[in-house]
Design a protein around this ligand. Structure first.
Ligand SMILES: Cc1cc2nc3c(=O)[nH]c(=O)nc-3n(C[C@H](O)[C@H](O)[C@H](O)COP(=O)(O)OP(=O)(O)OC[C@H]3O[C@@H](n4cnc5c(N)ncnc54)[C@H](O)[C@@H]3O)c2cc1C
Length: 641
């Protein structure tokens, strides 16, 4: 709800503040917006900040606090204690824990990455409601709307684009809502006459995927499609579309959504499923987090668990550029013949150092089948005098133990790292491959979907050449599980029935090109310039060292990195000009975000946004409807005369 000027004046009178500051009030409400596109007529409305006279009084905040059972807090920046007492215990604690994603997620001001060069810097909200249930969320939403506040929603805090934090805002923080309930037979509310019961799992919005996998797979012996990174928040990933290692077999995470409970901008707690509010239901399936309401719980379809999950890995280095080009071409041909199916996902990377790194996983193949699939390719590599291979391996194990931390420990498998804090649940662990991203400071990031037509025989050399050209600039990662071409028809159809750009269904891969450096949270200060490049930063987002004693950041070097990412992505856009990009793993500066994230679905999403959030209470950077606002989400810019 935006406050018209007459109402502003009335409110000011009520607060006895108008006397003597009337002019200030008018200036505040109609402060001119900066840097508007040429030709726009201005109708500007501002949300209030703590420094504004209309910021809620202490008594109002106290009332909200009582309403939410005392769970209203004033978050502090992660390293605030280090600024006041660099040698104190509190500072030592944050320094010790800052590479632990569970610790970061437990902090109201925690963000999994520590910002993005020239894009965003982590900033705590003025207040946060640590919500316990939908009623707490509704109280926060109503308070934000009635007081014209900037509202932010945070679950797992893994937004690369920084959309779950904003200064001067009220945060709805769902971390404490993390219950997981497995059902043998679930029917959505209002769906009894239309659909039959299916096995499912209901998850509160703030849970992490590891909590879901533990309950569904390790304990109940079933499969649910979620995300790859175990510490990502459930509601954030579903609204992203969301991919896990085995999405090639089961579709996007959003495609498995059966029902959501969501608090909309009017403060109502609504059910969204195929029978009740189906338009909102569709928008929540990939329409982007933080744009349509606050999701308080989701119910997801569960599947029969495949007997085996498997893995293939290793590094192959070519002795020359020519040999590397041949290797890329050979791998594409092998992928097309043997891996382009519902079994195989995850990634390979193609590096400027002429190295192909394999990090593939599969579902539904036993140990021997996996070995058979890879033998011809591994043999050809081993027999080549132009290639050197290391750690080539492929195999499979019982799927039920994939996320079973205790079993991995028993087997001496170190691919998952446990939350090391005293009292942490023994089931909480994350993939060691994700360590480099914890706290990382992003220099640049981009992604694009490549259509499966590029795998046709006549197109493979174009694809190989473009990948080689891109890899001259930056390491290029091919995430096969994030393109749905090759999936079973039912998984493809379910994914098509989501808000994600339909290009995902025709794509065999999502290419990700990214780089960054060591943590750079505010307060973990380092000089902003230095003549010496930071060697750790150049090693990539996925390999930042496990240290917080950071060398100075070299801004020229970081900007150079960002530029190389742009150049690499441009090479690939030449062969896929209408590629599309994954909203949650994308370029902060993408100017065509509506088209790239949602393609032909965007107008429908825009209409649904207008219906459920006509005043734009929910704003995130490059979210549906965000074009109506200035970049900080504080000033509305309405087109028209
Ligand atoms: C290390 C890392 C690994 C990742 N791995 C994967 C992966 O394997 N697969 C994949 O698909 N993506 C992956 N991502 C991207 C990730 O899925 C998205 O960023 C996702 O949106 C994060 O959700 P979150 O709750 O953790 O993050 P948050 O930052 O808390 O939220 C992300 C967005 O969703 C909104 N949101 C969160 N909760 C709610 C809610 N309850 N209601 C409404 N809006 C909400 C927030 O406002 C924000 O805009 C990864 C990201 C990181 C940093």
């Amino acid at each position: 709800m935006f406050i018209p000027i007459t109402e502003v004046i009335k409110q000011m009178r009520r607060r006895n503040l108008l006397k003597g500051i009337g002019v200030t009030v008018l200036q505040f409400v109609f402060r001119p917006a900066l840097a508007l596109p040429f030709g726009l007529k201005r109708s500007v409305i501002h949300r209030v900040r703590p420094s504004d006279p209309l910021w809620p009084s202490a008594a109002s905040w106290a009332k909200l606090k009582a309403q939410v059972g005392g769970n209203l807090i004033q978050p502090r920046a992660l390293f605030a204690d280090c600024q006041t007492d660099a040698n104190g215990e509190a500072c030592a604690e944050v320094r010790k824990s800052i590479r632990n994603p569970f610790y970061i997620g437990d902090q109201p001001a925690g963000t999994e990455v520590s910002g993005w060069l020239d894009a965003w810097t982590p900033a705590p909200s003025a207040y946060a409601v640590r919500a316990r249930n939908a009623a707490d969320v509704a109280a926060a939403v109503n308070f934000a709307r009635e007081n014209n506040l900037r509202l932010v929603v945070k679950g797992g805090g893994h937004s690369y684009l920084g959309t779950s934090n904003a200064p001067d805002s009220l945060l709805v923080w769902t971390r404490a809502m993390n219950k997981v309930t497995v059902h043998d037979a679930f029917v959505g509310q209002g769906c009894k006459a239309r659909t039959s019961a299916v096995p499912a799992v209901t998850v509160e919005a703030g849970a992490m995927w590891i909590d879901v996998y533990h309950a569904v797979t390790t304990e109940a012996g079933r499969y649910v499609q979620g995300g790859g990174c175990t510490t990502v928040g459930v509601a954030g990933l579903i609204q992203s579309g969301g991919f896990g290692s085995f999405s090639k077999g089961f579709g996007t995470a959003a495609s498995g959504l059966l029902e959501a409970e969501v608090v909309t901008a009017d403060g109502r707690v609504r059910i969204a499923n195929a029978c009740t509010n189906p338009d909102l239901f569709w928008a929540l399936k990939g329409g982007g987090g933080g744009s349509f309401g606050v999701v308080t719980k989701v119910t997801l379809l569960t599947h029969e668990l495949p007997e085996y999950f498997g893995y293939a890995g290793g590094r192959i280095k070519a002795q020359s550029d020519a040999a590397f080009q041949q290797l890329i071409a050979r791998f594409i041909s092998f992928y097309r013949e043997s891996l382009f199916n519902s079994h195989w996902g995850e990634s390979v990377s193609i590096g400027p150092d002429n190295t192909l790194r394999l990090n593939m996983v599969c579902q539904g193949l036993d140990n021997q089948q996996v070995a058979n699939v890879w033998k011809p390719f591994f043999d050809s590599v081993k027999n080549s005098k132009d290639l050197t291979a290391a750690d080539l391996e492929a195999g499979a194990g019982r799927a039920r133990h994939w996320w079973d931390i205790a079993d991995r420990k028993r087997r001496g498998n170190d691919s998952m790292i446990s939350d090391s804090r005293p009292g942490a649940p023994a089931t909480h662990a994350y993939w060691s491959g994700d360590q480099g991203q914890v706290g990382a400071f992003l220099h640049g990031y981009d992604s694009l979907w490549l259509p499966a037509s590029l795998l046709e025989n006549s197109q493979q050399s174009r694809l190989a050449d473009a990948l080689f050209a891109a890899s001259r600039q930056k390491k290029v990662e091919l995430h096969f599980n994030k393109g749905i071409a090759g999936a079973p028809p039912a998984a493809a159809a379910a994914t098509r029935d989501t808000a994600t750009n339909p290009a995902v269904v025709d794509a065999f891969v999502l290419v990700i090109i990214a780089d960054g450096g060591l943590p750079a949270y505010p307060g973990l200060a380092r000089p902003s310039t230095s003549p010496a490049p930071n060697p750790a930063a150049s090693s990539g987002v996925n390999s930042a060292a496990n240290s917080v004693v950071n060398p100075p950041m070299n801004l020229d070097f970081a900007r150079g990195n960002a530029h190389k990412i742009d150049l690499a992505a441009a090479e690939l856009r030449k062969i896929a000009p209408n590629a599309g990009s994954y909203v949650s793993e994308s370029n902060y500066f993408n100017a065509s975000w509506q088209k790239e994230y949602w393609g032909t679905n965007y107008p429908k999403l825009r209409a649904i946004k207008k219906k459920y959030d006509p005043e734009g209470l929910f704003f995130v950077h490059h979210g549906v409807g965000s074009e109506d606002w200035t970049a900080d989400g504080f000033t509305r810019v309405a087109k028209g005369s």
